[in-house]
Design a protein around this ligand. Structure first.
Ligand code: ZN
Length: 421
């Protein structure tokens, strides 16, 4: 699985958080949004609305007001939407959060009007969402609701249902794994939408509009911009009959466990970004968010849902990490991993970087869970739109795990050698 990632460093400013006119021009925010479509990418967004977006249930904040925006999109079509405004840039451009959870932008030239609707932002309800998704994807898609997810699927009923079990199973386990009294998780505040295409060809056609050439190398993605997972029926192959039963699905999926891992990986991102483990609009170190997704991604195709266990070593990430540690790993590897996202931008070393993000997260969760959680919440509570420098990232990390990175690195390598045996 190749995930292409971006990171954009915005410098910390001395500006008060509550200053609604943010110093960035909308142009820089737009560049984030345009590219923030892959599994893990980041962008700058802000204002009071974000405080709400991070945890209404936790902080008892009221929802932001709802507006009706009319603007011309990049294809020069006029759109009128209901949305919360989560950022007004200094040049007058806006970033909007739609009621289905997408982030849209309009420059001052594109924005035609903005009208208060005198009510609070609420997410679309199930029937509004179904109508909207059908209009967007067409009548050959069915829209089904599970407890936490909305699945817009072109795949067969059985496969769609199986995905629903898998997502819900993952949701429950993740929730139980991380929820605690000191840091309770919250319910998603916008819909968790999964779009499932009936086969790889349809998926690729859609994904290439968003990912460009990257689509051919991926089996699914989660977009921070749209908050959607986009997947396809992994059991569908040309000239093959569809899977009729769960056993049949599992039989077919055993041929592609790595692809199943992608589904779990992307779903983990979606859940983590919506229940309060990560903040969708803040500076999340990629090693942390990717480490979280890879920690959970190992499929278990003996179970009906295709996923059961948590916290077992991830066999292919482990193999990759062992090989990396043996032959290519430099003495400052931990420091470069923690202090910036740069290594995630290098296609050649991407698998090594993912493997190290997994291994390091695995080590921290298994041996220093309390500190790991403290760090997770420190990052999760960061103010949106404030991007850290590498030195600041390192300082944040050391404020929780201690100053001595060398000693930590030795412990880490020792631990990984021991679990390898
Ligand atoms: Zn990822």
């Amino acid at each position: 699985m190749l995930e292409i990632v971006f990171s954009f460093l915005c410098r910390k400013t001395d500006m008060a958080w509550r200053d609604l006119k943010f110093a960035l021009s909308l142009l820089s925010v737009r560049s984030f949004l345009r590219t923030a479509v892959f599994c893990m990418s980041l962008f700058c967004l802000s204002d009071g609305g974000l405080v709400w977006a991070q945890g209404l249930t936790k902080t008892e904040k009221t929802a932001p007001p709802l507006f009706e925006f009319t603007f011309t999109d990049d294809q020069k079509r006029e759109q009128t939407i209901e949305a919360a405004q989560i950022l007004q840039a200094q040049d007058g451009g806006v970033v909007m959060l739609t009621r289905d959870g997408r982030l849209l932008t309009a420059t001052p030239a594109q924005l035609k009007s903005k009208r208060s609707l005198d009510r609070e932002f609420t997410p679309l309800d199930a029937s509004e969402l179904e109508k909207q998704l059908k209009a967007e994807f067409g009548d050959d898609f069915t829209v089904t609701q599970t407890k936490h997810f909305t699945i817009c699927s072109q795949a067969g009923k059985r496969y769609t249902q199986w995905c629903g079990y898998l997502f819900e199973r993952l949701y429950m386990v993740l929730h139980n794994y991380w929820d605690d009294k000191a840091h309770p998780l919250h319910d998603p505040e916008v819909p968790l939408i999964a779009v499932i295409f009936k086969d790889r060809a349809n998926f690729e056609q859609y994904a290439s509009q968003i990912l460009g050439d990257g689509a051919s190398a991926t089996h699914g993605f989660y977009s921070i911009q749209s908050n959607r997972m986009v997947l396809y029926d992994l059991t569908a192959a040309p000239n093959e009959r569809p899977a009729y039963t769960d056993a049949d699905i599992l039989f077919k999926l055993r041929k592609s466990p790595f692809n199943v891992a992608t589904v779990i990986h992307e779903c983990t991102h979606q859940i983590a970004f919506n229940v309060g483990l990560h903040t969708r609009f803040a500076d999340n170190p990629l090693w942390l968010t990717e480490g979280m997704a890879t920690y959970f991604e190992t499929p278990d195709l003996k179970s009906k849902t295709g996923w059961r266990t948590v916290g077992k070593p991830n066999p292919w990430r482990l193999r990759q990490f062992q090989d990396y540690a043996r032959s290519r790993r430099t003495a400052d590897s931990l420091q470069t991993l923690i202090s910036s996202d740069q290594r995630f931008q290098n296609a050649e070393s991407l698998l090594d970087t993912y493997a190290e993000a997994w291994a390091f997260s695995y080590f921290l969760i298994k041996t220093k869970r309390r500190l790991y959680e403290e760090y997770l919440h420190l990052i999760g509570s960061r103010q949106p739109l404030i991007w850290s420098t590498p030195a600041e990232r390192l300082k944040d990390f050391q404020s929780v795990f201690g100053e001595d990175l060398n000693q930590l690195d030795q412990q880490f390598l020792r631990y990984m050698r021991q679990i390898s045996r």
